[in-house]
Design a protein around this ligand. Structure first.
Ligand code: NAG
Ligand code: NAG
Ligand code: NAG
Ligand code: NAG
Ligand code: NAG
Ligand code: NAG
Ligand code: NAG
Ligand code: NAG
Ligand code: ZN
Ligand code: ZN
Length: 589
């Protein structure tokens, strides 16, 4: 028993022995071995018990994003991840039946505290067919490369094999200058993202459950607290009820003269929910142009976007692309010319006006939890090559571009994809006026630093926040005030409501209000890259300004703001703004 305690602490110190075999490797071997014995004999040995006592997930971490863990927890999680996948691969290669693998992995998942039995059963049942398909097709796939793709961190690195060494062919001639006249006329663009409609949302149901999403019908028996789901949504781990989806659409329609709506969606991945939500958007905004994109929640199972070559209808993504091409084009939002790329991989480009191009990406393919990255990591759907080619043509044609994508180019996006994307943005920074992302649910921004001069900002990605309150946030959407000639963003308004207040009276619609405008809130003269660069410099040093950004990041939601966060803690949010292929400021290390 003592031996494991010693190993456990050695593990945290990350020492390697003389053979170059790290203690992590040793732990993985021992744990895998014990797991296999447990499965064979059905008996949990003393050794396994003590290992699991040390390594199993503390309940408090069950819901957290694995990518956010501190390096100690990340190291341990990596050991668990590798052991589980080592075992799974071994079961499969030893000819164990799929049903036996399934029940063993469910048992293991429950024992390791990854979730309740019901949650483990559900997610293993959904994901196992894809995972086994990939293991089948990739005899060389190892647990460390699987876990490396998921975490891709210092404590759980992805050993870059040839498959991950791909690059995009990017035009190397110097950027072309195109005429850039400001003018007084503006257009309004609404960004609505992360709707998270849950057709099982139950107002006054149970908001505190042991599952990934609460406030759902059928969860009453797990009600162990007095947390009752709010009528309009809930700060706990809950998605949104239908009436809240309808409300935000009505609010936008009634309040703004919208010329372009940018709808970044993310909701439960099934045919009925998707059809219902898009139909509601169509009904509400008949004559407003809408540019929809896919989120990681639309696919089924969630997060999984299969390559085109996967024809098995039980695990591929073609049903979703067919549905999107059908709805998006039939509603008159997109022209026929977009059909082929939507069917190929859920992305497209359009030119709403002469000189203005919108490029809508399916960046969900790079999301660390897209298991298909283990199978085919190289530029899924040839999307980035298409992006580079499309931008080259746009530059020739003298167009300005807005890029829409759900998953931002951050730590949760596979490293090679992110690097190539950053290179493309850098090359075409002059014509890309802005990028618009979602997914994090936070009100935040990324500033892109030039590859050629690491102290110059040359692009920006605005994050739209989320229409859902998931989790500990207030619902919001954004209004961008955009120059009608050069398509630069001139200012941004954030619109939201106080969920606490809204839930005090179910019969009254939420009170939406403009919480701030960017220029006024942060006292900057304009949103040029120069101004944003100075703003970021100040943000890292001015506690007052930083507190404001921090408050807006969580959309003024009390449950988030109650947590203690000093200047050092708040700086982590500044570090999320820096986006660069080069070095980060020293306080970000
Ligand atoms: C998983 O859940 C299904 C449906 O509820 C049930 O039939 C099955 O026995 C469960 N499997 C295991 C291994 O618990
Ligand atoms: C697996 O690895 C071996 C040896 O490194 C290599 O020869 C083989 O081509 C690989 N197989 C696949 C399917 O990648
Ligand atoms: C669960 O709770 C809701 C809200 O209080 C209630 O309407 C519903 O009948 C309950 N269901 C069960 C099975 O108890
Ligand atoms: C959950 O429990 C609290 C108190 O324990 C109760 O007030 C509430 O009605 C319960 N909710 C449901 C849906 O049963
Ligand atoms: C999609 O939703 C609309 C509106 O609810 C409905 O009329 C239509 O039949 C649905 N389409 C399908 C294929 O279910
Ligand atoms: C790099 O950018 C900084 C800040 O924008 C500027 O002061 C400096 O002159 C630039 N250096 C070069 C070599 O262009
Ligand atoms: C939200 O409403 C609650 C309840 O009225 C109030 O206590 C809180 O201060 C409000 N929050 C904000 C940010 O206005
Ligand atoms: C709730 O809102 C409705 C409609 O505005 C109003 O008539 C009612 O008095 C409100 N109830 C409470 C308890 O504030
Ligand atoms: Zn989301
Ligand atoms: Zn998302």
């Amino acid at each position: 028993m003592q031996l494991y305690k010693v190993l456990f602490f050695a593990l945290l110190l990350k020492v390697a022995n003389s053979n170059g075999v790290t203690y992590e490797d040793e732990m993985v071997l021992r744990l895998t071995n014990e797991i296999n014995n447990w499965v064979k004999t059905g008996v949990e040995s003393q050794e396994l018990q003590s290992l699991l006592d040390n390594l199993a997930f503390p309940a408090s971490l069950k819901r957290s994003n694995w990518n956010d863990f501190t390096s100690k927890r990340n190291t341990i999680t990596c050991v668990l991840c590798r052991s589980v996948f080592d075992s799974l691969i071994e079961f499969y290669k030893n000819g164990m039946s799929v049903n036996d693998i399934k029940s063993d992995v469910i048992k293991l998942c429950t024992r390791l505290n990854f979730g309740t039995e019901r949650v483990c059963n559900g997610s293993v049942t959904l994901n196992l067919p894809t995972i086994l398909h990939i293991i089948d097709a990739k005899p060389n796939l190892t647990a460390s490369s699987i876990c490396g793709v998921i975490f891709e961190s210092q404590s759980c690195p992805l050993i870059i094999g040839d498959e991950f060494k791909w690059t995009i062919n990017i035009d190397s001639s110097p950027p072309k200058l195109i005429d850039d006249y400001e003018n007084e006329n503006i257009i309004n663009i609404i960004q609505l993202t992360d709707i998270h409609y849950d057709r099982n949302y139950e107002p006054f149901g149970n908001a505190y459950c042991d599952e990934p999403t609460c406030c759902r019908r059928g969860q009453n028996d797990t009600n162990t607290s007095n947390k009752v789901a709010g009528y309009w949504g809930d700060y706990n781990y809950c998605d949104s009820p239908w009436h809240a989806v309808v409300d935000v659409l009505e609010q936008i329609k009634a309040t703004h003269q919208v010329y372009h709506g940018t709808w970044e969606t993310s909701f439960e991945g099934n045919f009925e929910s998707i059809n219902k939500t898009y139909y509601q958007i169509y009904k509400t905004f008949r004559n407003t142009p809408v540019y929809p994109i896919l989120g990681n929640h639309e696919s089924h199972p969630v997060n999984l976007y299969a390559p085109e070559t996967i024809t098995d209808r039980n695990i591929n993504t073609q049903w979703l692309y067919n549905l999107m091409a059908h709805l998006w084009i039939n509603f008159g939002w997109l022209p026929e010319s977009t059909r082929s790329t939507i069917l190929k991989g859920g992305y497209y480009t359009v030119t709403p006006k002469k000189g203005f191009r919108i490029i809508a990406l399916n960046s969900n393919v790079c999301y660390s939890y897209n298991w298909w990255l283990w199978y085919q990591p190289k530029d899924p759907y040839d999307q980035l090559q298409w992006l580079a080619d499309t931008l080259l043509q746009a530059e020739k044609d003298g167009e300005f571009v807005h890029i829409l994508a759900h998953v931002p180019a951050n730590d949760e996006c596979q490293g090679t994809w992110k690097r190539e994307y950053l290179k493309i943005v850098n090359r075409y920074a002059r014509i890309i006026r802005a990028q618009f992302n979602g997914h994090t649910h936070n009100d935040e921004v990324q500033l892109f630093y030039s590859n050629d001069n690491s102290s110059t900002v040359n692009n920006v990605a605005w994050n739209g926040g989320s229409a859902t309150a998931y989790s500990n946030l207030n619902p919001n959407y954004k209004l961008y005030i955009v120059d009608s000639k050069n398509y630069a963003v001139k200012d941004i308004e954030n619109w939201m409501y106080n969920l606490t207040l809204a839930n005090e009276n179910a019969t009254q619609r939420p009170l939406w209000y403009k919480s701030y405008s960017f220029k006024e809130e942060y006292k900057i003269p304009d949103l040029s890259y120069n101004s944003l660069q100075s703003w970021l410099y100040k943000l890292a040093r001015d506690e007052n300004l930083l507190s404001r950004y921090y408050r807006n990041f969580f959309k003024c939601a009390e449950p988030s703001l109650e947590k203690e966060c000093n200047m050092v803690c708040m700086r982590a949010y500044v570090c999320r703004i820096f986006t660069s292929l080069g070095d980060y400021p020293s306080y970000c290390n």
